[in-house]
Ligand binder design. Structure first.
Ligand SMILES: NC(=O)c1ccc[n+]([C@@H]2O[C@H](COP(=O)([O-])OP(=O)(O)OC[C@H]3O[C@@H](n4cnc5c(N)ncnc54)[C@H](OP(=O)(O)O)[C@@H]3O)[C@@H](O)[C@H]2O)c1
Length: 233
């Protein structure tokens, strides 16, 4: 009976999630890779090995898709030990001006806020069974006031989700870590203008994730706020 621990990552097709998947496998985990881009997930699964990685197409804004994600992870690997709710993006954030685009904000709020909350709701019962770890990707802008930015507000909501889940899970042994990156060089910036400040590499954030996960069970790293050196406040 295979007993390697299982690490499930949403937003695993790219950037921070992809880098975390590679480090998790290096640390001995099997990984469940979730995102919408099937071809990228399949390529990563092939690289990591099909006895070690499972690729599952999943739009986190869809409850039923996330239900299938958890069910398929359990069918294939039998357990879930770590869940990283990391899927997210920024698009059309300013409040003032701009063209009418009725669904632009909906997609972002449904992914960043609702999607992360659904991941928690569906994964926590499995993490209770394994004494597991829930991590969620917020942002520096979920910690400071950022102007012109509904994206920032979605990340404030993520900060709230992390704190609420941690409170709710007191007594279960589950650990909850909020990962709050500053600017990271990923395709995230394809949709919004880059600030032109120093940048982290996705591996820098992945190492912070693995630091939190690799602590002894009595140590709950509550949050990791990680900026590139020299990024202004
Ligand atoms: N890069 C930065 O500077 C920065 C800073 C702070 C926080 N963050 C946060 O870090 C997280 C990861 O972003 P990243 O920088 O690694 O950017 P990225 O390379 O663009 O990765 C975003 C990931 O989220 C997935 N995703 C987006 N919408 C999804 C949906 N509806 N359902 C499932 N998966 C979805 C994408 O895959 P598919 O498109 O294939 O679905 C992709 O795998 C995000 O939550 C982002 O807000 C990034």
């Amino acid at each position: 009976m295979e007993n390697r621990k299982v690490f499930l990552i949403t937003g695993a097709s790219s950037g921070i999630g992809e880098a975390t998947a590679r480090l998790a496998v290096k640390d001995g985990y099997r990984v469940v890779l979730a995102a919408r881009s099937t071809s990228k997930l399949e390529a990563l699964k092939d690289e990591l090995g099909s006895d070690t990685a499972l690729a599952i197409a999943c739009d986190v804004s869809d409850w039923n898709a996330q239900r299938r994600l958890i069910d398929r992870a359990l069918e294939s690997f039998g357990r879930i030990d770590v869940v990283f709710a990391n899927a997210g993006f920024s698009k059309g954030s300013p409040f003032y001006g701009g063209k009418d685009k009725p669904d632009e904000w909906k997609e972002m709020v449904l992914t960043n806020v609702y999607g992360s909350a659904v991941t928690a709701r569906l994964a926590l019962p499995e993490l209770v069974k394994t004494g597991g770890h829930f991590l969620i990707t917020g942002s520096v802008v979920g910690h400071i006031t950022s102007i012109r930015n509904l994206y920032s507000a979605t990340k404030w909501a993520v900060t709230g989700i992390a704190q609420a889940v941690r409170n709710e899970m007191v007594g279960t042994g589950i650990r909850v870590t909020l990962i709050e990156p500053g600017v990271v060089d990923t395709p995230f910036w394809g949709a919004v203008p880059k600030p032109g400040t120093p940048e982290l590499h996705p591996d820098d954030v992945a190492r912070a994730v693995m630091y939190a996960v690799s602590q002894p069970p009595h140590v709950d790293v509550n949050q990791v706020l990680i900026r590139p050196t020299g990024q202004p406040h």
